[in-house]
Design a protein around this ligand. Sequence first.
Ligand SMILES: Cc1ncc(COP(=O)(O)O)c(C=O)c1O
Length: 396
Amino acid sequence: MMTAATDTHLTDPRVRESKVTVPVYGQLPFVPERASGCDIFTRDGRRILDLYGGHAVAALGYGHPRLVEAVNRQCKNLMFQSNAVALDIRAEAAEKLVGVAPQGLDRVFFVNSGAEANENALRMACMATGRKKVLAITQGFHGRTAAAAAVTWNSARWYGFPSLPFDVDFIPRDDVAAAHAMIGSDIAAVIFEPVQGVAGAYDLSLDFVQALRDATKKHGAMLIADEVQSGMGRCGQFFAVQVHDIEPDFLTSAKALGGGIPCAAVLCSHEIASHFGSGDLGSTFGGGPVAAAAIVAVIDAIENEQLLANVRRSELAIREQCIVGPIKRIQGMGLLLGLVCDRPAIEVRNALLEHDILTGTSGDPEVLRILAPLILEPAHIDHLAEALSVVAPATI
Ligand SMILES: Cc1ncc(COP(=O)(O)O)c(C=O)c1O
């Protein structure tokens, strides 16, 4: 006879998933049943403050009325049509996106994920320049498809294909002299994250970012800002390059772009867009109406609810209140922050989870990542600071 314990075990989605999915994810020790605002409510009755936002996706938190209503309405009206037809909602999403993007980026190509956006930006840069070599930055992360993984640091680990699609080299991060020495007239593109997310919310120096812009401009190479993680308000402006005040040739966006509905975009200028014609690029789902409705709702919410100002206020409060307990210093920008710990970050993450606070680790074993919803409130930051202050001292 089945006991209550075996019954719970069999209905636990962690057990069920482990039997029918490819085992590539280390999963957290709780099962979310619903979420609202910044809180996740779990199957075993916990209420967890989510400062990780589903890998920086939940910009508006969970169940935001404007986003839910926009998606519901679009599902009822027209759930899908491909780019074979023009749609008002797709036009509106593109207009809104270029309206908040850095000046000069006035054309959009919609796709579905961050890796796909980078893949297309790299392809477009190679096609537009006719060149075959790409530079990326050490410690950077750009996704797991062929071209995106090829420009990801540690590509031997991420890449997995028998050969690279183009020549790649890595500029040591923040090395201005190396940037000038390596960027020449053979380079199709330089791809960089203004704030390196997976690397631990490491904000590249302004001098370095400026050197990338100056050297690419000088040699006719394309500068691609990967804002998949840093964009859509997370760094206190719509895009982190607007904090740096530079204009890239391409910008890629995903994650928070649809607030939880999968979507992504490549932005470029109309001059670059004019290199491409019918059939050069494509995507079945890219720019689908439900994703487009979500993009419109996310941009409207960020603007109407003054979320950029809230991100900047929240960053200041976290910097003021959270260098306590195991936290030695804080890097990053806005709500893409790396809390540098005096011990392995995973220990701090686990300790915070016992206080019902979810944070993330990163590629740097000492850095804990905060990717909180942009709707974060002062009480949430108080909760984090209090929990950090009572984390037990390091054992070594
Ligand atoms: C900066 C950056 N670029 C690209 C990607 C890949 O995005 P996706 O997982 O949507 O393909 C990520 C994902 O973490 C990212 O952080």
